[in-house]
Design a protein around this ligand. Sequence first.
Ligand code: ZN
Length: 149
Amino acid sequence: MELYEIESNGKKYEFNIVKNSTEPCPECGVPACGKEDILWFEEGNKRKAIIFDGGLFDLAGEEFFKKNIKSIEYDPLPKFMKEWNEKTGWEDCWNYDGYEIGINDFLKSLELLKTCEMGKWITEEDIADMENLATEAREKGKKLKIVRG
Ligand SMILES: [Zn+2]
């Protein structure tokens, strides 16, 4: 586990990173061009977290809506998907206190995103890591949170 410290608006945030799938950008050298999303739950004073390229959800979401716009019913979609599409909620959370997402809702969203050509955007391993973290949070009765980086 790697400790990741962020200082934002005079506040210090510590994350225990169990997985970081971002890679340095071949052009600018910064991991995920600085677009690092963090998913976590809090246990005691520790935040058990995964860091991933925020561009992944953007590309997968874009593909999902483009591909399915004519065939899906919008209303019953998970809130996580609708918030991405509407640029509200978690999609618009840039504060390291994080935004709480519904765990079952999030898991349903991952199922939908799997129907996209995930290989290009999010690997099956990335998805499995997120599912495991979300499921662990649910089992422990913790809140699952996300921040856009
Ligand atoms: Zn870059």
